[in-house]
Ligand binder design. Structure first.
Ligand SMILES: Cc1cc2nc3c(=O)[nH]c(=O)nc-3n(C[C@H](O)[C@H](O)[C@H](O)COP(=O)(O)OP(=O)(O)OC[C@H]3O[C@@H](n4cnc5c(N)ncnc54)[C@H](O)[C@@H]3O)c2cc1C
Length: 256
């Protein structure tokens, strides 16, 4: 357990994971008598959808807090060598799923061996993932890492969606923003994570509206936040195995 910060009166805690339904990264301890307001997620989503000013503030805080978590090296740690395909697979999976993580390069980080030794491991066990709670995963599969990180463990909402977008790459995320912003109940599904190919790009220079460019990770995260802000539901990692029609949909959501 590590203390990250102390919050005073009037401050609020918000994490992107609250909106995605994934496991949150930080817990809180109340140290002094006071009043803590707990806002249920559906109420938070309503506020974000209806109150532009408050939504701007919450979204900015979520983005900044995430950067801050990264600076604090608050996420899980992946120990591996750049030459190991499994280590690169785990890093890509963590990046594409926006898992807060720190990459510890066994070839260049002189302290890496000592950290592994504390866990009774040595570099030949790599790639190794150290989870925040102390759990150690030796060369886990993507789905083992996803489960340990609480990805995709949130229950799928028991409702019929108006739109199911398969793929959370730039095209799918854009479709989700447009669907959800038109008031359609929209689910976006991806077998790997958010961002598609662009999520692995170090710098995008040619996208309209980003004059100084953006990293693929930042682009994916901002696009996801935009879709969530309009109420889209993210389902990852889940693969669509088929599409079937069940007759004609009727009602207000059906569009010609
Ligand atoms: C290294 C690299 C650098 C790039 N740099 C740039 C750049 O600077 N500028 C630029 O304009 N373009 C760049 N591109 C190209 C850009 O990334 C692609 O054009 C863009 O990602 C295509 O978007 P998309 O949503 O159509 O598809 P994709 O990005 O391919 O996304 C498709 C998504 O669908 C998911 N999926 C597929 N089938 C299923 C299924 N059955 N169930 C669930 N999920 C499924 C996949 O997991 C994937 O996430 C780059 C690409 C790469 C690889």
């Amino acid at each position: 357990m590590r203390e990250l910060t102390t919050l005073g009166p009037g401050r609020f805690v918000a994490e992107l994971n609250i909106l995605t339904g994934e496991r949150v990264f930080a817990t809180a301890v109340v140290r002094e008598p006071g009043l803590v307001l707990v806002v249920p997620v559906d109420r938070l989503q309503e506020v974000i959808a209806q109150d532009q000013q408050l939504a701007d503030l919450i979204v900015q805080v979520i983005l900044r807090r995430r950067q801050w978590f990264l600076q604090q090296r608050a996420g899980l740690q992946i120990f591996g060598s750049r030459t190991s395909p499994d280590a690169r697979r785990l890093q890509e999976f963590a990046t594409r799923n926006r898992l807060l993580h720190v990459w510890v390069d066994l070839d260049t980080d002189p302290a890496a061996g000592a950290v592994l030794a504390q866990q009774g491991l040595d570099p030949s066990d790599a790639p190794v993932v150290l989870m925040r709670g102390g759990e150690v995963l030796r060369n886990p599969s993507n789905s083992q890492l996803a489960r340990a990180a609480g990805l995709g463990t949130a229950a799928v909402p028991a409702k019929t969606f108006d739109v199911a977008v398969v793929g959370a790459g730039p095209a799918g995320l854009a479709a989700s923003v447009y669907g959800a912003s038109e008031g359609l109940a929209t689910a976006v599904i991806d077998g790997l994570g958010v961002g598609g190919q662009i999520g692995t790009t170090s710098r995008i220079e040619n996208y309209l509206g980003f004059p100084v460019g953006a990293s693929g990770e930042e682009f994916a995260e901002r696009s996801l936040l935009q879709a969530l802000r309009f109420g889209a539901t993210l389902l990852v990692p889940r693969t669509a195995t088929g599409l079937r029609g069940h007759g004609r949909r009727t009602g207000p959501a059906a569009r010609p």
